[in-house]
Design a protein around this ligand. Structure first.
Ligand SMILES: [Ca+2]
Ligand SMILES: [Ca+2]
Ligand SMILES: [Ca+2]
Length: 344
């Protein structure tokens, strides 16, 4: 335990740096477009990769699979559906709904571009099992999950689930950039590094003030979002402490929320006899004040914080005017003072 330090600031970063992997992920999603995938390393869960947006849709039970596949269908004339044995490439992997014949649905298998009738839920399920291709968890993680791209809170929930399950692949899929094991873990093996990393992510969640929809403050625009827990203030015998958790998310070029970083900040104000507990609590509020709501306190932006100085403008959300808020850039790996340095 550290003590007697007037102000101790600990920022624990559970997230990474920026760049590649997106290219790799894009390739996997491209390759799998229109295919039905079976998660062979789990319980054979089935997914459909929608060729329209290259995102995967969980097919679940037979009834679910049937309705999901139909909901992603493309209306087609009966004459079009009966005109081909091998369908044109533009409908490869699509589900065609016969608008002239009571909405009968057909799946165009991308492997041979032949139509498979999806009559009742059981038919859809059979097609899924017969045509589904096995995929590893790590490759599946490279394809964006349609459910994960919903709201900012979906993204936070995905993070919590990944951390609690110590699911490294899920966390990698959610993160804006992959963890660079070689760079971040030095002499550890990849397996030990991943385990340590996930252990850390889980503990950080349990130790911190909770981020919950009911009590959190959210700063959100079309492409970025920051979730801030309430500032937890505790009065102890010799000090007053403050703790806050924050999570920074950005939408990637496929419009999917990705995690930039989570931060746990804590401060200890020692009681020196000159201030009351309430005054020390007020000092904590002041220390965490974020006037321009960009995810960085005024103290960090102006350099009065002892440990961090972003050198950004405390009254301007986006100091360099590149569209990304100061906190997003400072907590990510781009420069908040250089407009050409951008998150996406
Ligand atoms: Ca600020
Ligand atoms: Ca600012
Ligand atoms: Ca900026």
């Amino acid at each position: 335990m550290q003590n007697k330090i007037l102000i101790a600031f600990v920022a624990v970063a559970t997230m990474l740096t920026l760049m590649p992997a997106n290219a790799q992920a894009a390739t996997m999603a491209e390759t799998m477009k229109g295919k039905i995938l079976l998660q062979v390393e789990a319980n054979g869960e089935a997914w459909y990769v929608n060729p329209v947006n290259s995102k995967r849709y969980y097919l679940g039970r037979p009834d679910d699979a049937f309705s999901i596949m139909r909901s992603l269908g493309l209306g087609a004339k009966h004459s079009f559906i009966t005109a081909y044995t091998i369908f044109p490439a533009r409908v490869s992997g699509r589900i065609l709904i016969d608008v002239d014949d009571s909405g009968k649905a057909y799946y165009i298998n991308p492997t041979d571009r032949k139509a498979h009738y999806l009559g009742r839920p059981a038919d859809a399920f059979d097609v899924m099992r017969k045509l589904g291709k096995g995929i590893s968890n790590s490759n599946l993680a490279k394809i964006a999950d349609s459910a994960a791209s919903g709201t900012l809170w979906n993204a936070w929930d995905a993070y919590v689930t990944a951390a609690n399950n110590k699911d490294f692949d899920a966390l990698q899929n959610l993160s804006s950039t992959p963890l660079d094991l070689a760079k971040d873990c030095y002499t550890m093996t990849a397996t030990v590094c991943k385990d340590t990393y996930m252990q850390f992510a889980k503990e950080a969640l349990n130790d911190n003030p909770k981020i919950e929809q009911a009590t959190a403050t959210v700063y959100e625009s079309a492409r970025q979002g920051i979730i801030v827990s309430p500032l937890l203030k505790e009065v102890n015998a010799n000090d007053v402490t403050g703790k806050q958790q924050m999570a920074y998310f950005a939408k990637d070029n496929s419009d999917t929320w990705k995690l930039i970083r989570t931060i746990f900040a804590s401060s200890v104000l020692s009681k020196d006899g000159t201030k009351t507990d309430d005054q020390l609590k007020a000092d904590l509020d002041a220390k965490y004040l974020d006037t321009d709501q960009d995810g960085l306190s005024d103290a960090i932006e102006t350099g009065t914080d002892l440990s961090e100085n972003s050198k950004t403008n405390k009254d301007l959300r986006d100091t360099d005017g590149d569209g990304w808020w100061d906190g997003m850039e400072f907590r990510g790996d781009t420069d908040p003072l250089i407009a050409t340095s951008k998150i996406y």
